[in-house]
Write a protein that binds this ligand. Structure first.
Ligand SMILES: Cc1cc2nc3c(=O)[nH]c(=O)nc-3n(C[C@H](O)[C@H](O)[C@H](O)COP(=O)(O)OP(=O)(O)OC[C@H]3O[C@@H](n4cnc5c(N)ncnc54)[C@H](O)[C@@H]3O)c2cc1C
Length: 517
């Protein structure tokens, strides 16, 4: 039982769960998870492994996989080696390539869900449209496309890169051809022989361009800022290697650890810019060796420090740009007309299809406009100045809410799955502490959140990410609210244990009996 020193006095009385205004009664689960990508699924699997069955996974789509379900564009591939870009508790000896392609990762996630018995907890077509904290009942009240739910704990895992961002371009709505974002690929649309505009040259676009270049009649690649691109070390994993991993799982664990530690060292360059000289030389040589035309090379040479924006890897993007049917356009897009695109220099190019490779809403997380904490405060309002959380997970005034992955947990050098698993361990330890001590609500102390973010932003100073380029890592005020500025193992260490002293604790009031089926 909680002691009176550790738990703040509960001055409210428990109220029975309300039905949040809908006709059907709200179904209840101890934990509600929003999203079924790596984060949501990982959370669900870990709960099951920990013997907690009273949870539900609310997913707006009709399948698991998140990023790897949605990004079906030609050429979609992970840029972290497969042995590391997978759950530590679900190694996959069957990976066919060192860097997996989208269909294989999607299959892996489906398999993980099946093999770990997550299926019965999944609710597809359940987009969470609103979540409000009920202080009296110590519950989250959720509105979803599939009806209302209540939950003691809310794990928001809606994805850091799951809401496609399309720039507003004058005239776009009048375009008569096909228009789609790389994350919403229109597979019914035949690009063969077409004049295609690809807008953007970020991580997705550099995979799309070489994949479709041989099929299209003409391609205009609209580039605002060139990316630094390194050679890709992708190769098939041989049958012998796969057999070794199957028979000796330790071999794969050793490989995973080796890749992890090798990639950890990469962060030094982001933190100490002079260490970026070697990667920059490699990237320049890569460009020189693949693009003989000096004029095209000039267009493709970045004028900002390597690492300031995401470093990309590709062996076929540059060669595809040298093909006769491809043009790299560096003038800004001024307007779209019914069958063409006009650039700032007045040149008009006829196109049949426009493909946006323009990234995602990252620093303006859409879920923040749907979550209301204590006193009805909207998360987006709490984040008006800047998105921030304690250990990337919890936000003062939003009890029992964990955002996975949350602010400042992104990486430029290692696998996001590592950060996600660290946060999952933090949630699990919080549940353990709450259960053991009879705690009903945990709310991070504002001063703790402020102190951890001061430290984080101090560590951010002097990094290459703040060296002056515009990137999706930065919010409108130029603050980096997306990346973890350092090695990832200290993050793992700090999220291993939930420290109740960092939180305001409230003793538990009775929760409704679970009825999520
Ligand atoms: C093309 C691409 C390539 C990438 N490559 C890498 C890589 O190589 N290495 C790396 O570390 N990271 C990479 N990432 C980042 C990647 O997003 C993360 O690694 C990881 O997949 C994130 O998992 P997640 O579960 O947090 O989010 P997601 O995979 O985006 O899953 C979020 C889920 O939440 C659901 N959802 C969202 N809002 C709601 C709502 N309101 N109600 C219900 N459901 C909702 C979505 O439908 C989705 O299923 C890549 C991202 C993209 C887009």
């Amino acid at each position: 039982m909680p002691s009176s020193e550790t738990l703040e006095r509960d001055t409210t009385t428990a109220t029975p769960p309300r039905d949040a205004g809908a006709e059907a009664p709200a179904r209840h689960a101890h934990v509600a998870i929003v999203g079924s990508g790596f984060a949501g699924l990982g959370m669900a699997i870990r709960l099951k492994q920990g013997g907690i069955d009273d949870f539900v996974v609310l997913e707006r789509a009709d399948d698991v996989g998140g990023t790897w379900r949605d990004n079906t564009y030609p050429g979609c591939q992970c840029d972290v080696p497969s042995h590391l870009y997978s759950f530590s508790f679900a190694p996959n000896p069957r990976w066919s390539r060192t860097f997996s392609r989208q269909p294989e990762i999607q299959d892996y996630l489906r398999r993980c869900a099946d093999e770990h018995g997550v299926g019965p907890h999944l609710r597809f077509g359940h987009e969470v449209t609103a979540a409000a904290w009920d202080e009296d009942a110590q519950l989250w009240r959720l509105e979803t496309a599939g009806g209302p739910f209540t939950a003691r704990m809310l794990v928001a895992a809606p994805g850091p890169l799951s809401e496609p961002s399309i720039p507003s371009i004058p005239g776009l709505e009048r375009f008569e051809g096909a228009v789609f974002h790389s994350a919403q690929w229109d597979h019914d649309h035949d690009l063969d022989g077409e004049h295609v505009a690809v807008i953007g040259t970020g991580a997705s676009a550099i995979q799309v361009v070489p994949a479709i270049q041989p099929r299209v009649g003409r391609m205009h690649v609209f580039q605002r800022t060139p990316s630094w691109i390194m050679p890709h070390a992708d190769r098939p994993i041989t049958r012998v290697e796969r057999r070794v991993y199957r028979v000796f799982p330790t071999a794969q664990r050793v490989m995973r650890a080796g890749i992890y530690w090798a990639r950890e060292t990469f962060v030094l360059g982001f933190l100490h810019r002079r260490l970026m000289r070697l990667p920059e030389r490699i990237a320049r040589r890569h460009l020189r060796s693949q693009v003989p035309d000096p004029e095209l090379r000039r267009k493709l040479t970045p004028d900002y420090a390597i690492g300031c924006k995401r470093i990309l890897i590709s062996n076929d993007f540059y060669p595809s740009l040298t093909r006769p049917n491809v043009e790299v356009v560096t003038e800004g897009v001024r307007e779209v007309r019914p069958s063409s695109i006009v650039t700032s220099d007045g040149v008009e190019r006829e196109v049949d299809t426009i493909i946006f490779g323009t990234g995602f809403h990252v620093t303006d997380m859409p879920i923040a406009h749907r979550v209301r904490g204590r006193n009805g405060r909207l998360l987006a309002d709490a984040w008006r100045d800047a998105m921030e959380a304690h250990l990337g997970s919890t936000v003062a005034g939003f009890p029992n809410l964990f955002i996975v992955p949350g602010p400042n947990t992104g990486l430029g050098h290692n696998s996001m799955v590592f950060m996600i698993e660290s946060q999952i361990a933090y949630v699990l330890d919080c549940l353990r502490v709450m259960g053991e001590r009879g705690i009903g609500a945990v709310d991070v102390r504002p001063e703790v959140q402020a102190a951890s973010n001061r430290e984080l932003q101090r560590n951010m100073q002097g990094t290459v990410w703040l060296s002056g380029c515009a990137s999706w890592y930065l919010d409108a005020s130029g603050r980096n609210t997306t990346l973890w500025p350092g090695f990832t193992y200290p993050f793992r260490r700090r999220t291993r244990r939930f420290d109740p002293a960092e939180y305001r604790l409230r003793p538990a009031v009775a929760a409704p009996v679970a009825t999520t089926s």
